[in-house]
Design a protein around this ligand. Structure first.
Ligand code: GSH
Length: 125
């Protein structure tokens, strides 16, 4: 599931509009209220390339922008494709299934029938 984060303040019409748009699309998001929280607002501004207004919307680590940018993506029917693209990039690399036997371990175990060859030392010069 793609992680959407919306930095907001209360009583912010653009924040309400951004959240309503996401909710209409059935997208869940985490909300970070930056009102009265200097550190959080600075975090938002740093992540948003200097933008100080709220809302600031992020999908994973990708900065989407404020409400205007979010709404424009949706108007141009580009939001779903962008979400899918970001989700695909964030998806973990598939791993092979775990082994159910220990044959790999056995093949590396020392066989007492095979004597160890002595370690050769370089000739003294
Ligand atoms: N074009 C921006 C407008 C955002 C905006 O003006 N937000 C107001 C609050 S609703 C704001 O951040 N004002 C300055 C502030 O609160 O520091 C957007 O679409 O997100």
């Amino acid at each position: 599931m793609t992680r959407i984060i919306v930095y907001t303040t209360p009583y912010c019409g653009y924040c309400r509009a951004a959240k309503a748009l996401l909710e209409r699309k059935g997208l869940s998001y985490a909300e970070i209220d930056v009102s009265g929280d200097f550190a959080k607002r600075e975090e938002m501004t740093a992540r948003a390339f200097g933008r100080r207004t709220v809302p600031q919307v992020f999908v994973e680590d990708r900065h989407i922008g404020g409400y205007d940018e979010l709404a424009q993506l949706e108007r141009e029917a580009k939001l779903d494709a962008l979400l899918a693209e970001i989700e695909a990039m964030a998806a973990p690399v598939p791993r092979p299934p775990p082994r159910t036997d220990n044959s790999a371990l056995r093949s590396f175990s020392s066989d007492p029938a095979v004597p160890l060859s002595p370690v050769s030392t370089p000739p003294k010069t």
